[in-house]
Write a protein that binds this ligand. Sequence first.
Ligand SMILES: *[C@@H]1O[C@H](CO)[C@@H](O)[C@H](O)[C@H]1NC(C)=O
Ligand SMILES: *[C@@H]1O[C@H](CO)[C@@H](O)[C@H](O)[C@H]1NC(C)=O
Length: 496
Amino acid sequence: MMTRPTNLCTALVLLSLLGAITESRKVPLGRQRRFDQQGTLQEDEEFWNRWLQRETSLDVDVAYASTNTPTATPPTTLTSSPTVTPSPTPKPTHPPISDTTIVDMIQSTSRFDGLEFEDPESYQSRALDWVVTNTPSDPTAAGFPLSPQKILQRYALACLYYSTFAAPNSITGLSGDVRGWIDATGWLVFPDECSWYQVACNDFGYVTKIELYSNRLTGSLPYELALLQDWLTTLDVYQNILENSGAEGHAWLGELHNLQYLFYGRTFFQNDNGIPSVIGTLTRLKEYDCSYVLYDGPLDGSTFVNLTNLEYMDLSGNRYNSGIPSQLASLPQLQFLYGVHADLTGSLDFVLDMPAIIELWVDNNPIMTGTIPSSIEQVSTLVSLGISNCSLTGTLPPFLGDEFVQFFAHDNALTGTIPAEWGALEDVKRIELHDNLLVGTMPDEVCDLREAFRLVRLTTDCQRQVGTVACDCCTCCGPSCSFLQNTDATAEVSWP
Ligand SMILES: *[C@@H]1O[C@H](CO)[C@@H](O)[C@H](O)[C@H]1NC(C)=O
Ligand SMILES: *[C@@H]1O[C@H](CO)[C@@H](O)[C@H](O)[C@H]1NC(C)=O
């Protein structure tokens, strides 16, 4: 159970996170853990950058499919046969649960009156065949007692495999070669499903985690995953070419009521009315990522009211054309919220409702207007605010929480001067204010943070135009700073 973080607790968390933050890049605090875990997620960055500008999605999709299909590379064993038939070990004796019982049990989970089993090529038929052929005759052979629940679990995982391994969808194109998973070690081959690639089980042999991020899953996630509802706490399919559409494509997610970690950002999940309401039934969720999928339409506040355990949410990269609902903002545990490039409207006032927020990024929402609330220091947990490239007006707040670390407000229409009070922000690492209408002189108190404290990046317009901020201690000046995010860190730490 997380309680609302005290300032000390926040500081400790941040200290450990900050060690890994590089000087030159804008790095979210909340995602540090996931980036560590997922290592090389950046490899498709160019594609995703293009995807950000998606005008005609199909063109981009085709480009993606083709750039990711090297022609010269010989396919690996697994990818070479789209109709994978893993070679099972021969079954000398009959399984203790009869094949007929297994077939009945599995067929009774059908949501289509068993029609899917009439097609021998359906993923369900293939999964059923696999379960029947691969039920160990010795119940302890795979290190578990074979229960009906275990059999259904094996069926659910086999469904996942057959419906996403080299399976076509409208993104990959419905015909032609679709490559299989990047890594499928053990899947349908090792007797114990708990030892398959990126599957984790509890002590009783039931699946608690499936973490197949960045693994070239295609097709769609199957509704049969709902059979794992008693134990599954983590489902991570971040960055795959999965297509699940509309209410039907999401409905089964609502049955996974034990989920605490749900990540399907950078897939092709699609919905026309914002974040699907079924997500609101997952009341144990702690972390949720639906960033850069195909969600259009407004965020409905009532969806979020029961997500009282939510700590982390990334809803960036979609087109909501609505504000952040107060029901979402006021969630008691919400510490990290990202809504970058999401067609968010309205003002930033919702931040005043956030009881636990540590990092809030809503950059690149050009239709977000209003001012930065002058009472923002009352949001005492907040230490990282990203509001760059919106249409904010008004002045900078004189007071921020003492522990502020990052303040990104460049590319707005902010006016007035830079508050000398900011000289008290001894923990601050990055302040980016360029491309605004600010005037005056950078206060000495703020410049002092450059020498004596952590501040490694400080940007304004530096009197490149008449009537902007005079700044001798800035690390970067003017609009081009927006496009110099990833330059050599040493360039930034030296004084101009
Ligand atoms: C939230 O929980 C309450 C109490 O269980 C329930 O009545 C309500 O329908 C739930 N709201 C949503 C949107 O799920
Ligand atoms: C501002 O946001 C718009 C729309 O998201 C984007 O096209 C533009 O490149 C952004 N500008 C900067 C300076 O980041």
